[in-house]
Design a binder for this molecule. Structure first.
Ligand code: PMP
Length: 350
């Protein structure tokens, strides 16, 4: 969900943006107004995430799946080996895509259970890799890295599509951070890439120009016509984050939201079940199962009748998933917890 004030602002401003007598849906991406605007969005993000000056920020068309290709195409220039950690469906998608462009070494895997993150002491050696990639939060299975890997001089690359901006982050630990924006940073169709500038000179000659990070840095994310509306929504989200008190405040609220749900699950005598190793339980995606699929269906239906929407798990894994990104207010989680208690009381002897 998007924060309600953001939706209201979009509605208010849609016809006339910045008193230009044009909608943001119509504005030319090369106008001074939009050029200045992109720079201001970047500046806002730099302030919120405390991004050091030796990092570049770019907004790229397309979602995270496109970055699965862009990353090897941009970083595998001289060294054709990349290391990946496999913690679930999204890391596997990233691995499959990277395999089209170079040699991929899977240094650790959480298969078959996909309910934990392998400790770094168990990983294979990857010191000759061009980079190490991991998925900070597996959105589908609800598994989150409880640590930032230590990769020495090997650049660390992370997919933060489902958890960037949910808490504070030390950007210095990373070579590259990327996220599609549709979870916490806006709407679909746009990705955010934060890249340390020494990594901008190793692209493969075959990289499509639109995906070439160096070209996009030079063009301030406007090598081609960018998804202007998506960038506009991201700007409103960044304002909203600042109004909430920034990432430190959001982190506290997000922690409380997740704790309430996990507590409810753990106190349910097994009626609700989350099998993720406790330290790897996701802050963003709380997944759980009920005693059988019929009950899960009933749960989702009755929840929807109370305005608790989109609780079905991802179609690949089933079950229930409560995605509690930044925009989900704590009262929404309280309402879900109350519903879960009621539902259990009504159905536990079936
Ligand atoms: N990585 C993660 C962690 C995701 O959650 C998703 C989308 N849910 C993706 C990648 C793919 O993003 P997109 O659909 O924008 O390509």
């Amino acid at each position: 969900m998007l924060p309600r004030p953001v939706l209201q602002k979009i509605q208010e401003e849609l016809i006339d943006w910045q008193n230009l007598q044009q909608s943001v849906l119509e504005i030319g991406h090369r106008t001074t107004a939009f050029t200045d605007f992109v720079l201001s969005v970047e500046a806002k993000l730099r302030q919120i995430l405390n991004i050091p000056t030796n990092y570049e920020v770019i907004f790229l068309p397309g979602g995270a799946n496109l970055q699965f290709a862009a990353i090897p195409l941009n970083l595998l220039g001289k060294n054709s080996n990349a290391a990946y950690v496999d913690t679930g469906i999204w890391s596997r998608r990233a691995i499959m895509e990277a395999q089209r462009y170079g040699k991929v070494q899977v240094v650790a895997s959480a298969e078959p259970e996909d309910n934990f993150v392998p400790a770094q002491t168990t990983w294979a050696d990857f010191k000759n890799a061009a980079y190490l990639h991991y998925t900070a939060n597996e959105t589908i299975s609800g598994v989150e890295f409880p640590f930032i890997p230590d990769t020495g001089s090997v650049p660390l690359v992370v997919d933060m599509t489902s958890n960037l901006l949910m808490n504070t982050l030390d950007v210095n630990r990373f070579g590259l951070i990327y996220a599609a924006t549709q979870k916490n940073i806006g709407i679909g169709g746009l990705s955010l890439v934060i890249i340390r500038n020494d990594l901008l000179s190793q692209a493969m000659p075959s990289v499509p120009s639109v995906l070439d990070y160096a070209k996009q840095v030079e063009a301030h994310s406007r090598y081609n016509t960018p998804p202007t509306f998506a960038i506009y929504v991201t700007n409103l989200i960044l304002d909203w984050i600042n109004e909430q008190g920034g990432l430190a405040t959001l982190e506290k609220i997000n922690r409380r939201k997740a704790d309430k749900l996990y507590q409810c699950i753990d106190d349910s005598d097994g009626f609700y079940h989350n099998g993720i190793e406790p330290i790897c339980r996701s802050l963003a995606n709380v997944v759980f199962t009920l005693p059988d699929e019929k009950l899960e269906q009933l749960f989702a239906e009755e929840a929807a009748q109370q305005g608790l929407l989109n609780l079905r798990g991802h179609r690949v894994v089933g079950g229930i998933r409560a995605s509690i990104y930044n925009a989900m207010p704590e009262e929404g989680v309280d309402k879900l917890v109350a519903f879960m208690h009621q539902f259990q009381l009504k159905n536990s002897d079936r």
